[in-house]
Design a protein around this ligand. Structure first.
Ligand code: MTE
Length: 297
């Protein structure tokens, strides 16, 4: 089986059902006093528009401006797509994307998304838990981290012909973070395949961490016993740590992390206080008990 980006989420979930469910969620939000997770793992906040989500992006493979990914990512060929799985895993190999993700239950997850640059959005992803895939691949004892790499293809990714980033873009998680049920690999957004600028055909989403952890266009997944190198940590270790947990009490050296600008909320009144772990503390705070999060940022 090969990955078919033309297979739409709406082929599986009728659009009206999707929209009705959205209204239900929005209705529930009116009664919710706190930003707790409403249905399952999803937030009860209203999602940003597809227009917001797909036109204001960070994807340095396509340039440094927020509009560059929308302008240039259309030329990226996302099919066929293969993913290398290696390291401390029972079933290493080079997998066609369709084969790799076959059998993983696709769910909708409406997640808050907090960028390290102090802006945020709410995004309705479709994806599956990374834990499901790792269990299918068989994690060997001794594995402590999961490392990810993005495609390197300068012919289609003009940002890769220059700049200060050493390609490929790399990210990593501790194994327990990777296995947390909130951590997903997303393949869809707003009941369509993910737009290229948002990381097609498959990207990580880790909602309690700053957005840079959520690596796009993944071509390699490695299970390791060593903490992997990560792109922003390699570039500016004093500004971007390995953990990158959203933390309003630890400022970035050049700006405050106490509040965030809500994209799409208008020029005025579009700020809110940033929540510890981006509001997902009930689910993930236990992963970091005993750690000094000001030191391990
Ligand atoms: N993944 C790759 N491969 N290259 C990138 O430049 N940028 C990161 C992350 N994943 C990036 C990446 C950053 S800084 C952010 S904030 C998010 O993607 C943005 O995701 P979005 O464009 O879907 O909002």
């Amino acid at each position: 089986m090969s990955y078919k980006p033309d297979l739409r989420w709406s082929d599986v979930t009728p659009r009206q059902l999707f929209l009705n469910r959205r209204q239900l969620i929005a209705g529930a939000a009116a009664f919710a006093a706190s930003p707790a997770l409403a249905a399952g793992f999803s937030t009860d906040e209203a999602p940003n528009s597809l227009e917001d989500i797909s036109s204001y992006n960070n994807y340095y493979e396509f340039g440094y401006d927020k509009s560059d990914p929308a302008s240039y990512a259309g030329g990226l060929k996302t099919s066929p797509w293969s993913v290398v799985v290696d390291g401390l895993v029972d079933k290493p190999g080079t997998y066609d994307l369709g084969d790799l993700i076959a059998g993983q239950p696709i769910e909708e997850r409406i997640y808050r998304f907090r960028c390290v640059e102090a802006w945020s959005m709410v995004v309705p992803w479709q994806g599956f838990q990374l834990s499901g895939l790792l269990n299918k691949l068989g994690v060997k004892p001794g594995a402590k981290y999961v490392a990810f790499e993005t495609l390197v293809r300068p012919e289609e990714m003009p940002g890769q012909t220059g700049g200060s980033i050493e390609w490929p873009y790399r990210e990593g998680l501790r194994l327990d973070e990777a296995m947390n049920p909130l951590t997903i690999l997303a393949t869809g957004l707003y009941d369509q395949p993910i737009p290229n600028q948002n990381g097609a055909p498959i990207r990580l989403v880790v909602p309690w961490k700053y957005g840079f952890k959520s690596i796009k266009a993944i071509v390699k997944i490695s299970l390791t016993d060593q903490k992997p190198q990560t792109t922003w940590n390699m570039l500016q270790p004093n500004e971007y740590g390995f953990y990158a947990n959203v933390n309003p009490t630890v400022d970035h050296p050049r700006w405050s992390q106490a509040s965030e600008r809500m994209i799409g909320a208008g020029l005025f009144g579009g700020r809110k206080d940033t929540l510890m772990f981006n509001g997902y503390g009930d689910e993930v705070a236990g992963l970091y008990s005993g750690m000094d999060l000001a030191q391990e940022y």
